[in-house]
Design a protein around this ligand. Structure first.
Ligand code: NAP
Ligand code: MG
Length: 501
């Protein structure tokens, strides 16, 4: 594909046709109330669209539509091999609309265009391909009963599935849920985050074009406490799959308990420890990779390695390297293909992140680089990559999820102390250890309570491995074949073949 320049992207952005209505029953519709909310780009504050602002009434309509679609079998009863072809067609359409989808993502939430094209859109297409490919290769079971019975254990779709997702990887977080849910035959109602509704709307339109029947994949846009809550409390939603903050994840447990005990999947926050030991032979490489992962996506990553736990023996070289790498993350125009740090999602979130710079100072950490906002003349929201050194794990910058480009360095004296500090967190999403000692690698990996442990790398990823957390980082896993279990019920059919005398 031809590489585009900054001015190409700006020209394309100016011409972009942005859909901002909900998708219900295959139609683009306004909110029942007629209400909208304004979507502004964090790149420069430009007005992007007035997005339909849904309410209980829209949720009721969408859920009823999804239920009807599920019951009449227009999708749920289609042979897996046919559903596969449709999902693979959707993957092709996503790739064919790469630039448009990448632009929507970048304009809406501020990430660099080079990441939107090469990471987000590519991963979203791959996700639909992968689950599409899987569904006609998975068999049900016959249980090992006595000879007088045949007991079949079959998988059936849950029914109406709702997905509520965040803004940091808007399309990808939606796809990790929508793809396996559709693959297994469910009908879906998706609620994107208010800050990033545009790509979800376009994705649902492309799904229709690919042949997902009307009513099977619906999008209701709007506010979390209104639309998200209505889905969480809905008596006719069978499963709710959420990615977002731990606080809101807890609300969804309450909604489920207060309504119909709908099944929940919760992918929540993190405060991931990244341990660099002196037994790793290339300190500079470890520090460089760690800095890239900490500042990737403006630090707006649930797996952000935001606590760098470093062996005192290599501390100085690590911090020196971090500062050096941070220079390549000076915030730039997200539509410039050379930019590696884009805009923060919005001004409110930027304000929250900046408060942690003050917390760091009050609690006694050293701000060794950054700590300031950037590009303020643009009208957008930007923060310079920031490093706090000589922190301790009881500080707020070490305990709370910041979700910004703020990296906390905590020096330790031993491997044992490193693991203890790593586990001293309410979260348990991702983690890493850098060591060339095989025994240490295994011991640390077993010692850390987290869903992901990287050894001598960070953020290595494909669709084959489960993704999710221990402790307050959530319940259940996205990605891999394991994720499909969330979207199906197991049914036992026991057939008596004893015969009658
Ligand atoms: P958030 O505030 O929890 O919002 C996530 C979604 O929930 C949004 O669609 C939001 O809608 C909705 N929501 C908010 N309040 C709600 C309520 N009272 N009832 C029902 N729904 C509600 O999270 P965020 O700020 O968008 O995203 C950042 C968080 O996501 C971080 O904590 C991050 O760690 C987590 N995350 C986790 C993973 C993972 O896989 N573990 C991946 C990515 C992100 P509105 O925004 O429209 O109000
Ligand atoms: Mg939010």
């Amino acid at each position: 594909m031809t590489e585009r320049s900054t001015s190409d992207w700006h020209a394309k952005a100016a011409q972009l046709n942005i859909g901002a209505k909900m998708i219900i029953d295959g139609q683009s519709v306004d909110a029942a109330s007629g209400r909208t909310f304004a979507s502004h780009s964090p790149i420069d504050g430009r007005h992007l669209a007035d997005v339909a602002s849904g309410s209980q009434e829209d949720v009721d309509i969408a859920v009823a539509v999804a239920r009807r679609a599920f019951e009449d079998g227009r999708w749920s009863a289609r042979p897996p091999a046919e559903r596969k072809l449709v999902l693979r067609r959707l993957a092709d359409l996503i790739r064919a609309h790469r630039d448009e989808l990448a632009l929507l993502e970048t304009l809406d939430m501020g990430k660099p265009i080079s990441d939107s094209t090469s990471i987000d859109v590519r991963a979203v297409a791959n996700c639909f391909d992968w689950y599409g490919e899987a569904i006609d290769k998975i068999y049900d079971e016959i249980a090992p009963t006595a000879r007088d019975a045949v007991a079949m254990v079959t998988k059936e779709p849950l029914g109406v599935v709702a997905a509520v997702v965040p803004w940091n990887f808007p399309m990808l977080m939606a796809s990790w849920k929508v793809a396996p849910a559709l693959a297994t035959g469910n009908s879906v109602v998706l609620k994107p985050a208010e800050q990033s509704s545009l790509s979800a709307i376009r994705l649902a339109q492309l799904a229709l074009e690919a042949g997902v029947p009307a009513g099977v994949f619906n999008v209701v846009t709007g506010d979390g406490p209104e639309v998200g809550r209505a889905l969480g409390l809905h008596m006719d939603v069978d499963g709710l799959f959420f990615t977002g903050s731990t606080q809101v994840g807890k609300y969804f447990m309450e909604y489920s308990a207060q309504s119909n005990l709908k099944r929940l999947g919760l992918e929540l926050g993190g405060k991931s420890p990244n341990i660099i030991l002196s037994s790793y032979r290339d300190t500079k490489h470890a520090a460089t990779t760690s800095a890239h992962s900490a500042f990737f996506n403006q630090g707006e990553m649930c797996t952000c390695p935001s606590r760098l736990i470093v062996d005192r023996a290599v501390h100085d070289e690590v911090v020196e390297t971090l500062i050096e790498v941070s220079k390549s993350y000076a915030p730039g125009d997200p539509l410039d293909p050379a930019t590696s740090m884009g805009a923060m999602v919005d001004a409110r979130h930027t304000g929250r992140v900046m408060e942690f710079v003050e917390h760091a100072k009050t609690d006694g950490a050293d701000v060794v680089t950054g700590g300031t906002m950037a590009r303020q003349d643009t009208g957008g929201s930007y923060i310079a990559p920031t490093i706090f050194d000589n922190a301790t794990n009881d500080m707020r910058i070490a305990q709370e999820e910041i979700f910004g480009p703020l990296l906390t360095v905590i020096p330790v004296e031993s491997v044992e102390e490193a693991v203890k500090v790593a586990n001293d967190s309410c979260y348990g999403l991702a983690s890493a250890v850098w060591t060339d000692d095989l025994t240490t690698a295994h011991q640390v990996s077993k010692g850390i309570r987290a869903g992901l442990v990287y050894v001598n790398c960070y953020d290595c990823d494909d669709m084959t491995t489960p993704f999710g957390g221990f402790k307050e980082s959530g319940i259940g896993r996205d990605k891999s074949l394991h994720a499909m279990d969330k979207y199906v019920e197991l049914k036992t059919t026991w057939i008596n073949i004893a015969g009658r005398d």
